[in-house]
Ligand binder design. Structure first.
Ligand code: PEP
Ligand code: MN
Length: 367
């Protein structure tokens, strides 16, 4: 997949790309007031849900088509482009009817490939940006699958939003960030715009700033924040919504770092340091290759002298020794043990190759 960058979006954007607005469009006054207040702060896209996926029935389930009319009015009065959540082809049809600029697929919908595919099918031949939240369960492949379903159906303006993951164990977060998952997505698809939704990760106002800051420090492309004129009275997600002025304070408090060090003095210093790292990586690999040559020599010796390949005492001695050295050199024991687990398994693999030939190699899975 080759994703488009925000620079190719029909929406003007700076950095970070900012989406803000209420969890739900509750009334015309609430929508218009929020949009007008947000116009005084940096914002690229106005968000609001009109169909709300709720955990239990008989909760507020959104304003539906009427909400779309309020959003259209907000766009007319402020010029802000609008995004809403869609969960079915019927939602897509209505959103398009009311001139919604960007669609987003929510975390609950993302767990169902049938639902995502039906949304993708309903978008055939339509050129509208789609933002894909992560599924509520921590499953990177499912997230990528959802992005692919949309992208493969011809929607080329795709972005992803990290909104945290639901886990059975409790934590201070409403949805655990598990940052390694969005980072792996970004590593695999560097061109895919990746935003963070600190509101649904935190679930509480005081967590928004540290989460948003962390996202920017990790080079996320933007943020989606829930903003409501009177958060305590919100009909959904009241604990995590913030007022437009708190949103403005949040943005002021964020440290916006350079995304890379190009065109600055810092760049040449960074390059120098990176060159040293590259040299050290070469040394590491040379040393590793040499270590493996010796492992093979030992394999040959064991073969000629009928000695078993796997010697648990030796394995444990190596681990004991590297633990001591790691402590001396202030290296994390956990990481060093993982690395040496791989190295020793690779040594056994090499030695078994010497003993039996390539076809009978012993592979030990790493955990
Ligand atoms: C929302 O953004 O209001 C929402 C329902 O989000 P999510 O799908 O991430 O739960
Ligand atoms: Mn919400």
């Amino acid at each position: 997949m080759q994703f488009n960058l925000f620079s190719k979006w029909p929406i003007k954007s700076g950095y970070p790309f900012l989406i803000a607005g209420p969890c739900s469009a509750e009334s015309e006054e609430q929508v218009l007031l929020t949009a007008k207040e947000l116009m005084k702060t940096p914002v690229n896209l106005f968000r609001a849900g009109v169909w709300k996926p709720r955990t239990r029935p008989n909760s507020y389930e959104g304003s539906g088509e009427q909400g779309l009319k309020w959003l259209r009015e907000a766009k007319l009065q402020t010029g802000l482009p609008i995004t809403v959540e869609v969960a079915s082809p019927a939602h897509v049809e209505l959103a398009l009817k009311y001139g919604i600029d960007v669609l987003w697929i929510g975390a609950r919908t993302m767990v169902s490939p049938f639902a995502v595919q039906s949304i993708a099918d309903s978008l055939s031949g339509i050129d509208i940006p789609v933002i894909v939240k992560n599924p509520i369960n921590p499953d990177l492949d499912l997230w990528i699958g959802g992005l692919e379903r949309i992208y493969n159906n011809g929607i080329k303006q795709v972005a992803a939003i990290h909104r945290g993951f639901s886990t059975y164990d409790k934590s201070k977060y409403r949805n655990k960030p598990l940052w390694e998952i969005p980072l792996e997505l970004k590593r695999r698809f560097p061109d895919l715009p990746l935003l963070c939704d600190p509101s649904h990760i935190g679930g509480k106002r005081d967590l928004l700033l540290p989460i948003a800051q962390k996202a920017l420090d990790l080079n996320f492309d933007g943020l989606m924040v829930e903003v409501h004129p009177s958060p305590d009275n919100a009909l959904s997600d009241s604990e995590q919504q913030i007022t437009p002025s708190a949103y403005s304070d949040l943005l002021n408090q964020l440290i916006i770092r350079k995304r890379n060090a190009e065109d600055s003095f810092a760049f040449s210093s960074l390059e120098e340091l990176r060159n040293i790292i590259d040299k050290l990586d070469e040394h590491l690999l040379e040393t590793l290759a040499e270590r493996m040559e010796y492992a093979e020599k030992i394999g040959l010796f064991k073969k000629e002298n009928d000695i078993a390949i796997f010697q648990p005492e030796r394995w444990n001695d190596v681990i004991k020794r590297v633990k001591l050295i790691a402590a001396e050199k202030n290296l994390s024991e956990d990481i060093i043990l993982k690395i040496f687990d791989f190295i020793q398994k690779e040594s056994i693999r090499k030695q078994s190759g010497v003993m039996y030939g390539q076809s009978e190699i012993i592979k030990i899975k790493s955990h």
